[in-house]
Design a binder for this molecule. Structure first.
Ligand SMILES: NC(=O)C1=CN([C@@H]2O[C@H](COP(=O)(O)OP(=O)(O)OC[C@H]3O[C@@H](n4cnc5c(N)ncnc54)[C@H](OP(=O)(O)O)[C@@H]3O)[C@@H](O)[C@H]2O)C=CC1
Ligand SMILES: O=C(CO)COP(=O)(O)O
Length: 337
């Protein structure tokens, strides 16, 4: 392939740009901050997001979006969910040809309740979209840049496009699978952040491993319940972008969602937590969207609802856990049907 572009020089955009550059592709990383572009070009570092990592010499950055996508055949959208529409609207002012769009963000837009591929379709014209592929799975940037073995999934309704993305990203330490279940992959990636916040709260309360295992498995049950009702393949939720990402996000200190939950569980207020993180915590907005989806699709999501009350109605996390535990008796399996 010719030139490829990654939009967003946070931890994940930078890590993926490194993978692409190391795979030999002409890679340009776009950041909205000129000083960061200069740092990447001159010092080959991104100190704010990936301290102590040297970027490949063939990875270049620009803060000019038009220049970033001018000759690009594949554009990887790696900005947080809340920035996607703004970036797409800017691109629409100068893009005049079709491009392969890959998105790697894990969120659902509150109120519109759109998945990210739907947001891209709405904010970009069909005249500029060759295909849309979502790349998602258990993959902390901090480990990818150390070349630790990582597996991930490229999903698209057009499997040929997913295979193209598989070829571009795959290497010795970065193994890419394909899937045609865009709904399941996008929902799994977004909703695991909600459960990771809850797992962090549980750890912040020192509730131990039993409680966390319960959150992961019952969290997966409610993600699957909603995901299947929205058209996802039930098997996708047992795969890398479902169970896989749920495990990594609920158990890793790299996870911003788990860390934010942990601080909440220790008694810190949400605004203070978000100030302290300095990076995106997608699960907060996604909790609102997931709660709205559970009402829209009439799917019971008790963990999501409890988290919504903690985040947006100031419910005490301990009270929320007590209420989860004393709910009506249930069978384990039949609510998945
Ligand atoms: N980090 C990871 O390991 C993984 C992250 N993801 C997903 O990738 C997405 C991006 O996450 P990540 O890179 O970690 O986030 P970070 O918080 O590390 O970085 C976000 C980047 O986006 C930039 N940005 C924010 N708003 C805008 C805007 N309006 N226009 C242009 N750029 C903007 C930020 O710039 P500034 O510095 O100025 O704030 C920063 O460079 C998220 O959806 C996340 O869930 C998925 C898999 C792994
Ligand atoms: O999605 C991720 C790993 O797969 C990153 O999770 P956090 O956003 O919680 O850090």
């Amino acid at each position: 392939m010719g030139n490829v572009t990654v939009l967003g020089a946070g931890s994940w955009g930078t890590a993926l740009a490194i993978v692409l550059a190391e795979n030999g592709h002409n890679t340009l990383l776009w950041t909205h901050r000129e000083n960061q572009a200069n740092e990447i070009n001159e010092k080959h570092t991104n100190q704010q997001y990936l301290p102590e990592i040297m970027l490949p010499n063939n990875l270049f950055a620009t803060s000019n979006l038009e220049e970033a996508v001018a000759t690009s055949e594949m554009v990887v959208v790696a900005v947080p969910t809340k920035a996607i529409r703004e970036v797409c609207e800017k691109m629409m002012t100068f893009l005049t040809r079709k491009v392969l769009f890959v998105h790697v963000s894990k969120g659902i837009e509150p109120d519109s309740l759109m998945r990210i591929s739907e947001m891209l379709e709405e904010s970009l014209s069909p005249t500029v979209i060759e295909d849309i592929v979502v790349l998602s799975g258990p993959s902390h940037a901090e480990e990818v840049v150390l070349h630790h073995p990582t597996t991930i999934t490229a999903a698209s309704s057009n499997l040929h496009a997913a295979e193209k993305v598989q070829d571009l990203f795959m290497n010795q330490y970065f193994r890419v699978y394909t899937n045609d279940d865009v709904v399941g992959v996008e929902l799994g990636g977004a909703l695991k952040n909600v459960i990771a916040l809850a797992a962090g709260i549980s750890d912040g309360l020192d509730y131990g491993d039993n409680a966390k295992a319960a959150l992961i498995t019952r969290g997966l049950a409610e993600i699957t319940r909603l995901g299947v009702k929205m058209g996802g393949n039930p098997f996708t939720f047992a795969g890398l972008t479902g169970m896989g990402d749920l495990i990594v996000t609920c158990t890793s200190v790299h996870s911003r969602n788990w860390r934010a939950g942990n601080l909440l569980g220790k008694g810190m207020k949400l605004e203070q937590v978000l100030d302290e993180m300095g990076m995106v915590v997608e699960g907060v907005r996604t909790t609102k969207a997931a709660y709205q989806l559970s009402l829209k699709y009439e799917v019971p999501m008790p963990i999501t609802t409890a988290l919504y009350d903690i985040l947006f109605n100031s419910k005490d996390p301990k009270v929320a856990v007590d209420e989860l535990m004393i709910r009506m008796k249930k069978r384990e399996i039949d609510d998945l049907h």
